[in-house]
Design a protein around this ligand. Structure first.
Ligand code: UT7
Length: 326
């Protein structure tokens, strides 16, 4: 059986770091509130001239280098993002050009914070179907350009960054064992960007209302996120005939430490099974899971055969899990 194996990981976060104390200077907020309600201590933010495709390209270069794969060997590039450089064309096409991946198709995938796991699933399926041998999957976001920096309810939560993996067709029992994807569009207004698509086109009034900024009802999102992440984790375990005891590392979407803790508890995982880095990056949306995966990989924390459970929830709503034998 052919399955997709992760042979390289890479990540990149902008050099500029903004702490909670920095935010205190311009916003009616404080370090204590942000730290206790979210677990976030600092986040990386782009500076002028730095764009989503730049972060994605750097993360991709690092993943390709680790995998020992040349850009020209890639069959496909998928970027999970909702903050691409342009509404269209795809940021993946810019990454394709930056890398010189002249034999690859490229597209973006919009699933908000679940974007990386959705993209991973597409890459795995393309490989399993025999239509690709080497796929680059990226999660990359620049949320700092779509949050209202005067809205303390949202702006303190997000950061910018990118993470990437190289998937290669392999035989044997290592690799991505399963992916599960779900969505519920009936409550989209709990977490969305109202402008400016074709439903709400650019206008002076729309800009004045701040329609181009992220809108979120945080506590409602919180409840659905915990429930959905727990459910989709259990679905992954059941599908593979595994229990929580089999999990070496749980890498959840890093939105809020309280969401991670509550979801992990509901699934039945111990604290030492859960990877957390939301303190240093904030919520980088589609980039959180590949950044975390790259961190644990480069720290030498993963052994061959380890079982990893990846789990995400985001706007849409969308939620997803992937079970990986490393
Ligand atoms: O990736 C998926 C996307 N999003 C999420 O996962 C976010 C999910 N939700 C959350 O993480 C949490 O709901 C938040 C962190 C956004 C908010 O935490 P909360 O415990 O649900 O607080 P709250 O929204 O109920 O607000 C409590 C209070 C409010 O004041 P009042 O009305 O009680 O006087 C807010 O105005 O905290 C106030 N508040 C702040 N205070 C200081 C909200 N933001 C801030 C802030 N600094 N930055």
């Amino acid at each position: 059986m052919i399955r997709a194996r992760i042979t390289g990981t890479g990540s990149y976060a902008p050099a500029k770091v903004v702490t909670n104390f920095d935010l205190e200077k311009t916003l009616d907020t404080n370090d204590e509130w942000i730290r206790t309600r979210t677990g976030i201590v600092e986040r990386h933010l782009v500076v002028e001239g730095e764009n989503t495709s730049d972060l994605a390209t750097e993360a991709a270069r690092r993943a390709l280098e680790m995998a020992g794969v040349a850009p020209t060997d890639l069959d496909l590039i998928i970027v999970g993002t909702i903050t691409g450089d342009y509404p269209w064309p795809a940021t993946a096409c810019i990454v394709q050009s930056n890398l010189g991946a002249t034999n690859a198709g490229a597209f973006d995938l919009s699933a908000a914070c679940s974007g990386f796991l959705y993209a991973l699933a597409m890459g795995c399926d393309r490989i399993a179907a025999g239509n690709a041998r080497k796929v680059l999957v990226i999660g990359a976001e620049v949320f700092s350009r779509i949050v209202d920096w005067t809205d303390r309810n949202t702006c303190v939560l997000f950061g910018d960054g990118a993470g990437a993996v190289v998937l290669e067709a392999c035989e044997g029992d290592r690799g991505v064992l399963s992916t599960h994807l779900y969505a519920d569009g009936s409550q989209l207004e709990l977490l969305y960007q109202p402008g400016f698509g074709t439903r709400n086109t650019p206008s002076v009034e729309g800009i004045a209302r701040g329609d181009h900024f992220v809108k979120m009802q945080g506590n409602e999102v919180f409840k659905v996120a915990v429930r959905s992440m727990a459910e989709v984790a259990k679905i992954a375990l059941d599908a593979n005939g595994m229990t929580t005891e089999d999990i070496d590392l749980f890498i959840p979407h890093q939105a809020n430490i309280r969401i991670l803790d509550a979801a992990a508890k509901r699934i039945g995982l111990r604290d030492d099974q859960v990877y957390v880095n939301v303190d240093r990056y904030g919520n980088t949306s589609a980039a959180t899971i590949p950044i975390a995966l790259d961190e644990v990989n480069r720290a030498g924390r993963l052994k061959e055969g380890d079982i990893l459970l990846l789990d995400a929830f985001g706007g849409g709503f969308t939620w997803a899990s992937a079970l990986v034998r490393w």
